[in-house]
Ligand binder design. Structure first.
Ligand code: FEO
Length: 161
């Protein structure tokens, strides 16, 4: 495996676990606000991020790379309204997209075709995650402005798998 691709993928394992931890912090915030549906939505996102981390870890293991697991940074979030975590999630997803694109670019430039193909799933996944978060923000902006709308949206999110 190309050394730079390998280093970036190792770092991405930590970034994906950090994303899980960040979304768990968002989930925690909503549970504290009695918005369990939003809390559940972010729990689901946190689980997906863990799956992303495991997928990359397994890819590295399958390719004979030894991975030293690094510390996961504390998310340290605080919010002053119910919209802020949603906006922060979209900003974070765009950041993760930029990381994935950088690894994909490195894989292509160094003719690491296997890593390139592996990363294509993540390129598509990031598009989906940005869309899902953007859609939730759009819904929040339509409904979240009054208590009844927020209640309905929260109830809808409780059923998301
Ligand atoms: Fe694994 Fe949402 O990026």
């Amino acid at each position: 495996m190309n050394a730079q691709v390998e280093a970036l993928l190792k770092d991405q394992v930590n970034k994906e676990f950090y994303s899980a931890y960040l979304y768990l912090a968002f989930s925690n915030y909503y549970h504290g606000e009695n918005l369990d549906g939003f809390g559940h939505w972010f729990e689901v996102q946190a689980r997906e991020e863990q799956e992303h981390a495991m997928k990359i870890l397994k890819y590295l293991q399958d390719n004979g790379v030894k991975v030293e697991l690094e510390a996961i940074a504390a998310p340290g979030v605080s919010f002053s309204n119910h919209r802020e975590p949603l906006a922060a999630a979209l900003k974070h997803e765009k950041y993760v997209t930029s990381l994935i694109h950088a690894i994909y670019k490195q894989a292509r430039e160094s003719d690491d075709f296997r890593a390139g193909q592996f990363l294509e799933w993540f390129v598509a996944e990031q598009g989906e995650e940005e869309k899902n978060t953007g859609d939730l923000i759009a819904k929040f902006d339509l409904l979240g402005g009054d208590a009844k709308g927020l209640y309905l949206l929260n109830a809808e999110l409780k059923n998301r798998a």
